[in-house]
Write a protein that binds this ligand. Sequence first.
Ligand SMILES: C[S@@+](CC[C@H](N)C(=O)[O-])C[C@H]1O[C@@H](n2cnc3c(N)ncnc32)[C@H](O)[C@@H]1O
Length: 285
Amino acid sequence: FVQMWEILDYPNPFTLVEMGAGQGLLASDILCYLKKQYPEFYSKINYIICEKSAFLKQQQQKQLKNQLNLNSSIQWCDLETLKNETIIGCFFSNELVDAFPVHQVMVQNRQLQEIYITVDPQTTTDIKFKETIAELSTENLTDYFKLIEIDLCSPAYPEGYRTEVNLMALDWIKTIASKLNQGFILTIDYGYPAQRYYLPSRREGTLQCYYQHRHHNDPYINIGKQDLTAHINFTALDRYGERYNLHLHGFTQQALFLMALGLGDRITALSQPSDYSLSEVLQRR
Ligand SMILES: C[S@@+](CC[C@H](N)C(=O)[O-])C[C@H]1O[C@@H](n2cnc3c(N)ncnc32)[C@H](O)[C@@H]1O
């Protein structure tokens, strides 16, 4: 972020918009670190959190206000309510886009169909969900595959090939593009470029469910209690973003990104002989 601030010629304020902030731990780490290491930059930061969950918003406020006394320049608002072309700074997110709801599609008789969910009318007590397959709900799904130049109806893909499409990610990147005046978008998430995402061998897509730290692939159980996630197609974000004047600046693996930011130096520093015992050093690492 400091580097971004320098590249943009030290704007004041420099706005950081964190989207989907969970319990607010990343926000507090970022702000504490900047306050200590880059006080001048810290004093220019306008920190905005866009969070959908009222419960998590409360937790974030508790984390940031009470524990760290960092409330002065933090605001909470909906992404949509930010004024157009006003933000100079960076929009960023960690594991947000993989949490968006997705469409599921399937190849049947060389045609792309969509998977819908209905409630089994036979059930009287527990609700039972049932999948039905029918025509695509929107042409945006066809346009999506044109955008990323993938043809799931080609002979390369087996009958019954099933995958997902995150159309909401496209709306999201378009909204951000409309809010950004000058600056960057940093998206940290699980995902692949299109060619790897839609590999013919990935016949079941990437939709995963997490419940009590275990993962499985049945979205129809533990309703309202489990985390659902689907990987991101970064090519779609990149190409759709181009339409709204966003340009890809870099795409890399998180480990390499952190190494380039100096993670290696940090680990070395933590490993220097000091007051810590070997086991403490390893724990800190
Ligand atoms: C998997 S959590 C990641 C939390 C945090 N960034 C982290 O890395 O620990 C996803 C977060 O995004 C939020 N979220 C999901 N959809 C959202 C949306 N459309 N707008 C804003 N926040 C959203 C969730 O409430 C949650 O805070």
